[in-house]
Design a protein around this ligand. Structure first.
Ligand code: FES
Length: 206
């Protein structure tokens, strides 16, 4: 059988190089149109933001300005622009619970939120949440020795406050289930549990 040895491009003019270039562009376009694009460019209606931009965030009762890129997380803004260092960068995927903050009253992980996506939200960090109810949650943690290195503690304090606000009469089982998104590598769970049980019963500081 005769084999072609010609190096000239096919009659269609569509070379392998062009095909690969086209495939790459199509793949990139697909990614931008689905998850990656959503993550890198925040859409507010018809608005598409690229590069640095100045935004206003409502944090702990104040409007504060931050300079962000589409990829900037809320945790990065809180820690490195607002110097609110309570929320901790333990896990980028939020699995540790160390970056827990309240967004419109709901506990969420600041490490997984893009700053652009929370422009219209009410953001509360541990620096504010811990003061509520006369500082009852931190006081209970101290009284029941519910921390060791303390790295997980800010996240726990926010999570506990949010949990108790919704479940003021929670049972032990409900407390265990309600706080299962926060990890303590020092293993203080038993003491945290006792602190929260004490809070449900009205102490310390009611
Ligand atoms: S006290 Fe160390 S991680 Fe919880």
């Amino acid at each position: 059988m005769k084999q072609s040895t010609s190096a000239s491009p096919p009659a269609s003019g569509f070379t392998r190089r062009k095909f690969l270039q086209g495939s790459g562009a199509a793949a990139a376009a697909t990614v931008l149109a689905t998850t990656g694009g959503e993550a890198l460019a925040d859409h507010h209606g018809d608005e598409v933001i690229a590069g640095e931009t100045t935004i206003t965030l409502h944090v702990n009762g104040q409007n504060r300005q931050a300079v962000v890129e589409p990829r900037t997380t809320l945790l990065e803004v809180l820690r490195y622009q607002f110097e609110l260092t309570g929320a901790k960068p333990v896990s980028a995927d939020g699995s540790s619970g160390a970056s827990t903050v309240l967004i419109d009253g709901k506990p969420m992980m600041a490490s997984t939120l893009l700053a652009l996506s929370v422009r219209d939200k009410k953001i509360e960090t541990v620096e504010s949440v811990s003061q509520r109810n006369s500082g009852a949650v931190p006081a209970a943690f101290v009284e029941y020795d519910a921390q060791q290195c303390g790295f997980c503690t800010p996240g726990f304090v926010v999570a506990v406050r949010a949990f108790l606000d919704k479940n003021p009469n929670a049972s032990e089982a409900e407390i265990r289930a309600g706080l299962n998104g926060n990890v303590c590598r020092c293993g203080t769970y038993a003491n945290v549990l006792q602190a929260v049980i004490a809070l449900v019963k009205g102490g310390p500081r009611g």
